[in-house]
Design a protein around this ligand. Sequence first.
Ligand code: PGA
Length: 257
Amino acid sequence: MRKTIIAGNWKMYKTIAEAIELANGLKRELFDLNPQLIEIVICPAFTALSEVRDVISDSNLQLGAQDVFWEDEGAFTGEVSCLMLKDIGCRFVIIGHSERRQYFAETNEVVNKKARTVLRHGLIPIVCVGETLSEREKGLTFKVLEDHIYNGLKQISKEDILRVIIAYEPVWAIGTGRTATAEQAQEAQSYIRSLLAKMYDKQTAQQVRIQYGGSVKPENISELVSQPDVDGALVGLASLNLESFVKIVKRASQVRK
Ligand code: PGA
């Protein structure tokens, strides 16, 4: 049984005051959801992590960061380490989001270094993979997934892979309002699971959680998480709004498979 996990990626939105307000709202609206049935993670900007941690410390919400650097400390101006994220109370870290790959030139090698560092520190990486529109149109979706999975998750032990969350995020569906159909998500995610089975074994692959991300909204969450290989969602824009994120989480929690 893979527990459903919904994560909100707040990206570069929300002042501290706005982040506190949203976190308070989520805590109030979602308090009765059983953390044994669904995991809820919110990933504010670095600047709001501390205040959001204080708001959610006694709730069923968990804290995540949107990125991290792979060194523990040093002269790396502008970067933040796993030690710092642990210190501030983060448990999850998004790694290799397509916006980081696109605007900050993150390669699979960088993703791999970051993911392994996160695991070494006992944190949980949410590793993002997925093809662009032109790659999909050229029929390269599976090839891109192979590249992202084989290289991004290289040298991760069988024990550690069980702690990794993979987020399948087709780049053409992110922030565009254009969601992959539930069938497209399922097809890609079952392929990802088959790659994990080759890298590890079938039983291990069956235990790894794979989220879908890309224009997830209250209207499509139920159908997406009803798919056998869709174990939750990484939500961008719709996680910035209290009502829509609450609906997404509640609807996801009602799906029984
Ligand atoms: P979106 O973003 O939900 O706004 O498409 C998803 C993401 O970037 O993780």
